[in-house]
Design a protein around this ligand. Structure first.
Ligand SMILES: NC(=O)c1ccc[n+]([C@@H]2O[C@H](COP(=O)([O-])OP(=O)(O)OC[C@H]3O[C@@H](n4cnc5c(N)ncnc54)[C@H](O)[C@@H]3O)[C@@H](O)[C@H]2O)c1
Length: 277
C-alpha cells in the first residue's frame, strides 16, 4: 500500500515510518519539518493549509495522522486550533482523494482524567474505551474532537477510521531512562494509571490499523501490556484507590487501560516492556 504518515518527523512518527517500510509499504513521510531520522527525508507540508494537505495526500491508499501539538501546553488553548483544524483537513483530503483508511493518534487524555483537576485513579478499572468523564482540558478536548470528526467521516463517507488512544509513548531501549517508573509517580502516576507504551508497539498498531479491512469506526486504547509499577496491579489499586470498582480480576502487572478491544479488532499485541531493559 501507499501510506502517508503525518507528523513523520516526530517522536512517534519516525517509528511508524520505519515499521511500515519494513512491512513493505511505500511510505510518504509528511511533516512541516525535516528529520535526519527518516530515511529518504520528509516532504514538508503544513497541514494547516487545506489545499496543500489534499495535494500531499493524493495517491495514498491510507493515511496515519500523527501530526499535532502532542500534549497539554501553556497557554492551554494553543493545542485547540492546530489539532482540530489539521485533523479536519486530513479527513477532508481523504474524502476528496478517495483514501479509504485513516488511522489517527488520540490520547488517554481524551478520557478526561486530567491532572491537576483529577489526580486520583479512576473509580472503575480497568479503563475501557466508553468510560470517559467530562473534561475542559483543551488537549483532551482536541483529541475528543478528533475522534468525533473521525466518527462523522466514517459514517457519512464510509471511510475506515481508527482512533488510537495512547498513553505516554516512550523511546525504545530508553523507557526506564526517560519515564518515571515506580510505584507512586505522584499525581501523574495515579491520573494516568501508570500507563505507558513503547513507540515500536504504537508503530505496530498504526500498521495494523491501515492493513486491516472492515474496521469501520474504531476507538481503542493502545498501550503496553503492563503498568509502570513494580507492584502487582491489584495491590496498586488497593493502595491508591481502595474504593475502586474492579470490573474483573487483575492479573499480575496488567495495564489498567484495557487493550482488549485493540487485541480483538486489530490483532494488536504489545511486545515491549520496561521490565526487559
Ligand atoms: N508522545 C506521547 O507520549 C503521546 C501520547 C499520547 C498521544 N500522542 C499523540 O501522538 C501523536 C504524535 O506525537 P509525538 O510525540 O510524535 O509528537 P511530536 O511533537 O514529536 O511530533 C509531532 C509532529 O507533528 C508535526 N506537526 C505538527 N503540526 C503540524 C502541521 N500543521 N503540519 C505538519 N506537521 C505538523 C511536528 O512538526 C512534529 O514533527 C500526536 O498526535 C500526539 O498527540 C503522543
Amino acid at each position: 500500500m501507499h501510506v502517508a504518515v503525518t507528523g513523520a518527523a516526530g517522536r512517534v512518527g519516525v517509528w511508524v515510518v520505519a515499521e511500515l517500510r519494513a512491512a513493505g509499504h511505500a511510505v510518504l513521510a509528511l511533516d512541516r519539518r525535516d528529520s535526519p531520522d527518516v530515511d529518504g527525508g520528509v516532504r514538508q507540508v503544513d497541514l494547516a493549509d487545506p489545499e496543500a494537505t489534499r495535494l500531499a495526500l493524493r495517491g495514498a491508499d491510507a493515511v496515519v495522522h500523527l501530526a499535532a501539538v502532542p500534549g497539554p501546553v501553556d497557554p492551554p488553548w494553543s493545542t485547540f486550533d492546530p489539532n482540530v483544524t489539521t485533523t479536519y483537513h486530513v479527513l477532508e483530503a481523504a474524502r476528496a482523494e478517495g483514501i479509504g483508511r485513516v488511522a489517527m493518534a488520540s490520547s488517554i487524555w481524551a478520557y478526561g482524567y486530567n491532572p491537576p483537576a483529577e489526580d486520583r485513579l479512576p473509580p472503575r478499572l480497568p479503563l475501557a474505551e466508553d468510560m470517559i468523564v467530562p473534561t475542559t482540558n483543551c488537549y483532551g478536548l482536541s483529541k475528543r474532537l478528533l475522534e468525533a470528526l473521525g466518527r462523522e467521516y466514517a459514517a457519512a463517507q464510509g471511510l475506515q477510521v481508527v482512533c488510537m488512544r495512547y498513553p505516554w509513548v516512550g523511546p525504545p531501549g530508553r523507557l526506564r531512562a526517560r519515564g518515571s517508573f515506580g510505584d507512586d509517580g505522584g499525581i501523574w502516576g495515579r491520573a494516568e494509571a501508570w500507563s505507558y507504551v513503547d513507540a515500536r508497539d504504537v508503530a505496530s498498531a498504526c500498521r495494523l490499523a491501515v492493513e486491516r479491512d472492515g474496521l469501520g469506526f474504531l476507538v481503542c486504547n493502545i498501550g503496553a501490556a503492563d503498568t509502570k509499577s513494580t507492584l502487582p496491579s491489584a495491590e496498586l489499586v488497593a493502595a491508591h484507590r481502595p474504593d475502586a470498582a474492579l470490573l474483573r480480576e487483575l492479573r499480575g502487572h496488567e495495564a489498567l487501560y484495557s487493550i482488549e478491544r485493540a487485541r480483538q479488532h486489530l490483532g494488536y499485541e504489545p511486545r515491549h516492556t520496561w521490565r526487559d531493559e
